[in-house]
Design a protein around this ligand. Structure first.
Ligand code: ANZ
Ligand code: ZN
Length: 826
């Protein structure tokens, strides 16, 4: 028998056996399985290295857990709706459906060739009516719960894709707003749009981040900023219209301000063109009407310091002064209350606006008096730069107000809330509602009809799904071209009605797909609620952290909304999130557009899997180099060669000799260490351990005639330990050494003797600051004054981080830097 490992043949054989024995299926009556999920791929054509890295991680972890005795849910599906399919259809004069199905066939084959172990009986495809009917059903439930709005809104419009874009799909490149897909400059349009009111959950989504300990802090921070919680105050200004004939309904306008103590210096009030006051004034004031129209066309980015003096007057609640009211484009409609008090003396934008419109500029705060000798003291005296020239935006003391004169801004800020009925504490969020309307064909039809008599009416549940009609090639939205789709009857009155032609953002599909995997064929509900309550949250979710603000926020929102609908108990759907790093090639991200792609199958499944897993920690970027790939290849050949030689030719002995104990101990030590590394997704370290044990086994054999049983245990251990990362090789070795059974169904190896303290020691060899902080915490419990860290040599140069860790923990960290060698390929 040849000792050369023919990977193509080996892969094909074991893939056949796994499928025949259905080894990855999770039974429906499993109790609380470990749910391991990789972000399902967008069906864009073919698998790329990013997918392979993602799925190699989940597969290795799923296999590890399965061998540890867990029931494991490790499913796969297709994020199949979206623009690229539609664009491809135009390019090829075909249709999105057949293009998408062809992509799915190819990508599924590629996944299978890579040997990823999925429970394919749970496969889902979002463009199929069986799936998207539940998008429609959920839309209706959210609507009934008041979480859906239909509103005229100025939206981002990509002229090239001819579609509306969510804020997060607009990328700012060198100050230009561009489409995330085609990079065309984004314009604006006013359209009636469907929204999910995710802002109702802003506070909860923000606060919940605190407890997401299984998520990287970086991702949490991105979400935190995106939600953008800001504390401030709401100040109410009485407003009267000058034209007595048209009084303003409410009589007051609220503004949001983070600096209420500047209210004494408010010299005007400004509302956004979309504010209800602006809309009301536009009814009678042509100038206002023209201005509102102008801003609507050009968008707030192009209006600069423009604005119009409206025929209205506001009263400053603190000073009683009357203030002019402006409609101004620099005031944003969906920030705060859509209105500001203009404080030109202390705010840059208000200052610029006041200069432009000849409004008074008043100083009501001056910098705190400092050391009279110092240079800055100059500025506090009479020699201050004139407030007309430059606003003073810092903190300081209130100036020129009888009651508050001389007091610090911060204390006045707090006092005003108590002293003035018109000033209330308030919190605003930057987060906007989720615009889900797309003027595109390849998505879930929104289940609504518009009736002249009844307004918009939801399609009854028993008529779902509203299926997509056949695709037609056209310049706009193909759904507009289908008379039979467009013209329908009203479910309420039976009269003529127009069917909604917007489809849903594909992020709706992916906001709950993890639930469909639990019961993919269920016909009377989107998911089995009982099972969901038992199986969720997802234990480990792996994907790119470029999804930190869209997808990863939407799944958190959807879970909460479903929970409030009484459909789900779990409000936080992902316990541990692992954001995988990027695969680089010559320092750049490997991507089709850069033309630097290595096809996943170029090197064979096993080598590719092993390499992407062991090149770096999953969260780190790494460089694809042929040399390093070689290391992954050689490891397989080495293990295969050792097993073959042992089975074919080894003469062994039965009686124990002294040095056998050492090998026994080292096998156990390796088991403990590798187990720990898998637990923490450190596949690269697991591989190093496996290599070390293989090397030791070789030396053991060269040194003396090997003890048959111990040596065999060593080889079997290697087969089991490597199998989560290299499952075909694992099976091949297992089969050679045992002649029966599958390693995928085997138990994880157990140490034969008492585990040594190696695992702990190993934990002390860390490479990131966060980890060091962990250790300091852990160790501090046993030995509060002094800890000895065993560190890799690279740490010698990272004293600043160690000092920080030490400061955090308040203990003395003594370092020993020479005991462990750096790992990596050798
Ligand atoms: C008066 C004031 C005085 C403010 C001052 C600031 C400084 P930042 O700037 O991030 O702290 N604001 C509120 N709503 C707005 C809207 N719809 N469009 C444009 N600007 C708006 O954000 C808070 C400040 O942004 C608020 O506090 C308000 O101006 C402005 F010396 O009120 B401030
Ligand atoms: Zn009707």
């Amino acid at each position: 028998m040849s000792s050369h490992y023919d990977h193509a043949q080996v892969q094909e054989f074991w893939q056949y056996v796994w499928e025949r024995d259905d080894v990855y299926r999770l039974v429906d009556d499993a109790t609380d399985p470990t749910y391991v999920l990789g972000m399902f791929p967008y069906t864009s054509g073919t698998l790329h290295m990013g997918h392979v890295r993602n799925y190699a991680i989940t597969d290795a972890y799923a296999r590890f857990r399965r061998m540890r005795g867990d029931d494991v849910l490790h499913p796969m599906g297709w994020d199949a709706f979206g623009l690229p399919a539609e664009n491809a259809a135009y390019e090829r004069a075909s249709d999105p459906e057949s293009w998408t199905q062809a992509c799915i066939r190819r990508m599924r084959e590629e996944l299978e060739t890579m040997g990823f172990g999925y429970d394919w009986s749970r496969e889902i495809t979002t463009c199929e009516p069986d799936y998207y009917r539940w998008n429609q059903w959920l839309f209706k439930r959210l609507y009934e719960a008041g979480l859906v709005e239909y509103e005229a809104a100025t939206v981002n419009w990509c002229p090239d894709c001819e579609t509306v874009l969510a804020d997060a799909q607009v990328e700012v490149v060198d100050g230009d707003r561009r489409c995330w897909r085609c990079e065309t400059a984004v314009g604006r349009r006013e359209l009636d749009q469907w929204f999910f009111t995710i802002t109702e959950y802003a506070e909860e989504l923000h606060d919940g981040l605190e407890d997401l300990e299984g998520w990287p802090e970086g991702v949490r921070e991105i979400q935190r900023n995106w939600i953008g919680r800001q504390e401030g105050t709401r100040i109410s200004f009485d407003v009267t219209a000058d034209a007595e004939t048209e009084p303003i309904e409410d009589g007051s306008v609220d503004v949001f301000s983070t600096r209420p103590e500047t209210v004494f210096g408010a010299t005007f009030l400004a509302v956004s063109p979309g504010h209800e006051l602006a809309r009301a004034l536009a009814e009678t004031d042509e100038e206002v009407a023209d201005y509102v129209e102008m801003v609507r066309e050009h968008g707030p980015d192009e209006v600069g310091l423009s604005g119009v003096d409206a025929d209205a007057t506001a009263i400053n609640p603190m000073t009683g002064d009357t203030l002019p009211v402006y409609v101004a484009g620099y005031v944003l409609e969906d920030v705060g209350t859509g209105a500001v008090m203009g404080v030109p003396g202390h705010n840059d934008r208000d200052h610029a606006f006041a200069l432009e419109h000849n409004l008074p500029i008043e100083r009501v705060i001056r910098p705190e008096a400092t050391d009279p000798e110092s240079e800055s003291a100059e500025r506090t005296s009479e020699g201050d730069p004139a407030i007309e020239d430059e606003p003073y935006t810092g903190e300081g003391i209130v100036d020129g107000n009888d009651e508050y004169d001389g007091l610090e801004t911060e204390s006045v800020r707090e006092r005003l809330v108590d002293d003035c009925d018109a000033i209330e504490p308030d919190v605003t969020y930057r987060l906007r509602d989720w615009l889900i309307s797309r003027q595109r064909y390849w998505g879930t039809p929104i289940p609504v009809v518009h009736c002249e008599e009844c307004g918009h009416v939801l399609v009854p549940d028993e008529e779902l799904p509203v299926e997509l009609p056949e695709f037609v090639q056209t310049t706009g939205n193909p759904l507009e071209e289908h008379d039979s789709f467009r013209h329908t009857t009203c479910p309420d009155c039976g009269g003529p009605a127009r069917r909604e032609t917007d489809t849903m953002d594909t992020f709706v599909d992916s906001s709950w797909y993890f639930l469909r995997f639990l019961s993919p064929d269920l016909e009377d509900a989107p998911f089995d609620a009982e099972r969901a309550n038992e199986w969720l949250p997802i234990d480990v979710y792996v994907g790119g952290d470029e999804h930190a603000i869209l997808h990863l926020l939407y799944i958190r929102f959807m879970s909460r909304a479903l929970a409030d609908l009484g459909l789900l108990e779990c409000r936080e759907p992902v316990e541990t999130f692992l954001g995988q790093g990027t695969v680089l090639y010559d320092g750049e991200k490997m991507s089709t557009s850069k033309g630097n792609v290595v096809a996943p199958l170029e090197y064979g499944a096993e080598t590719t899997r092993l390499f992407v897993l062991t090149a770096a920690h999953p969260e780190q970027d790494f460089e694809w180099t042929a040399n390093n790939v070689r290391g992954a290849y050689d490891l397989q050949q080495t293990l295969y060669g050792m097993a073959t030689r042992f089975v074919d030719a080894a003469t062994t002995r039965v009686e124990r000799r002294e040095h056998d104990a050492y090998l026994d101990h080292e096998i156990d030590r390796t088991i403990a260490a590798v187990t720990e590394e898998y637990e923490r997704f450190r596949f690269h370290r697991a591989a190093t351990e496996i290599r070390d044990l293989a090397r030791l086994l070789r030396r053991y054999r060269e040194y003396d005639l090997p003890h048959g049983e111990i040596y065999r245990r060593g080889l079997l251990t290697l087969a089991a330990l490597i199998s989560p990362m290299a499952p075909h090789l694992g099976e091949e070795l297992w089969n050679k050494l045992r002649g029966e059974g599958l390693v995928v169904e085997a138990d994880w190896p157990e140490p034969a003797t008492e585990p040594s303290d190696y695992a702990l020691e190993r934990r002390l060899v860390e490479t990131t600051l966060e980890d060091v902080r962990d250790i300091v915490d852990v160790a501090a419990i046993d030995e509060p004054e002094r800890i000895e860290l065993v560190l890799a040599p690279e740490w010698k140069y990272r004293t600043a981080e160690l000092t920080a860790a030490q400061a955090d923990s308040g203990v003395d960290v003594a370092t020993i830097v020479d005991r462990v060698t750096e790992d990596g390929f050798d």
